[in-house]
Design a protein around this ligand. Structure first.
Ligand SMILES: Cc1ncc(COP(=O)(O)O)c(C=O)c1O
Length: 333
């Protein structure tokens, strides 16, 4: 495949994406809901696999990677599909490869795996925990999409951002490009900020609050970097991490933005914890609205929204936009 083919494939993939994503009015019969106007930014509808914040975070990186891949390849061609190295063995000299990290249900690895499969870019995924005898649906998809999977224990996974560990990966995959966990790198912010532009184009800038889940912080930082001074961004922490989550968001922000804060009351026990009341809420929400949500991200956001409306947490008459960041594949069993 030539570099031109690769660019064409990316363009074709982009044409399958729903952009701008829909912005839908949301009128639940929850206490306090009639005091405000609520919209849902349906990023979950961008694509069945590369949904939610995944495409937002990957788009600029992938575009740059594809554009630059021509520079790093003398012959201008990619390795044949299926030439990815077998698990654990030393790789051949790839002319182009991505490496990334995640858990066994990672939405990021799922989206990246699909993109790489569509573009025939070799991908190595480093997965926390050994799922070789019982792969999750997400891992089965990655296998079907020709990803090279390396399972590592929790202690090794913790080293994923250290230069020592990254150096060992680079020695084994000399030409590979590393994508941080969650796709959370600086280019992610520009992609996420596009969702704010889409909202502005649809309803103007006369809204007050955007609500979004927070885990690695890049999605929230991208939104904060794009909103106007009169607007406020509320993050819903999906894991226990007061101060920690704030530091993750702040590290992406170049200037001293003050129009954001994170709510820490709605992690529901911690990351990926799904107590019965939360799964029940997700089911009820789906039957009442027709909108699917899952317990790890969107379920916590709408659960928080309901509680906060009941507490009168938002200024009466104000307009809120809740970002549905997708991630529904992660709740498959
Ligand atoms: C579906 C979904 N929503 C929200 C988030 C949180 O985004 P961030 O990690 O950028 O804070 C993630 C994790 O990346 C996710 O997979």
């Amino acid at each position: 495949m030539t570099v031109a083919d690769l660019v064409n494939k990316l363009t074709q993939l982009e044409q399958t994406l729903v952009q701008p994503s829909p912005l839908e009015l949301f009128t639940p019969n929850w206490p306090g809901a009639s005091d405000v106007t609520i919209y849902i930014k349906r990023d979950d509808k961008i694509h069945p696999v590369i949904s939610g914040n995944k495409w937002r975070k990957l788009k600029h990186f992938i575009r740059e990677f594809v554009d630059q891949s021509g520079l790093s390849r003398a012959e201008g061609s990619l390795p044949a599909e299926g030439s990815a190295s077998a698990e654990g063995s030393l790789p051949t000299e790839d002319s182009v490869r991505l490496i990334s990290f995640g858990g066994g249900f990672s939405n990021h690895l799922h989206a990246l795996g699909y993109v790489c499969y569509q573009l025939a870019i070799p991908l190595t995924v480093v997965i926390r925990g050994n799922y070789s005898s019982s792969p999750t649906p997400m891992i089965n998809d990655l296998i079907a999409w020709n990803a090279n999977i390396e399972y590592v224990d929790k202690a090794t996974y913790k080293l994923r951002d250290t230069s020592e560990y990254l150096d060992t990966l680079k020695r084994r995959y000399p030409n590979a490009t590393i994508v941080p966990e969650g796709g959370s790198q600086l280019q992610a912010l520009a992609g996420v900020s596009d969702l704010v532009t889409e909202i502005d184009n649809e309803i103007g800038t006369n809204y007050h609050t955007i609500i979004t889940p927070v885990a690695s912080g890049a999605t929230m930082a991208g939104i904060v970097s794009a909103v106007e001074k009169h607007q406020h961004v509320v993050g819903i922490g999906v894991l226990k991490g007061q101060d920690y989550l704030e530091s993750l968001v702040a590290k992406f922000l170049s200037k001293n933005n003050h129009n954001w804060h994170i709510e820490h009351e709605y992690h529901c026990g911690g990351y990926a914890k799904a107590p019965a009341y939360l799964t029940e809420f997700c089911h009820q929400f789906k039957s009442a609205t027709g909108i699917a949500i899952e317990p790890v991200y969107s379920g916590k956001v709408f659960f928080a929204l309901k509680k906060m409306l009941g507490q009168g947490a938002f200024v009466k008459g104000s307009t809120l936009v809740v970002v549905h960041t997708g991630g529904l594949q992660g709740s498959r069993s």
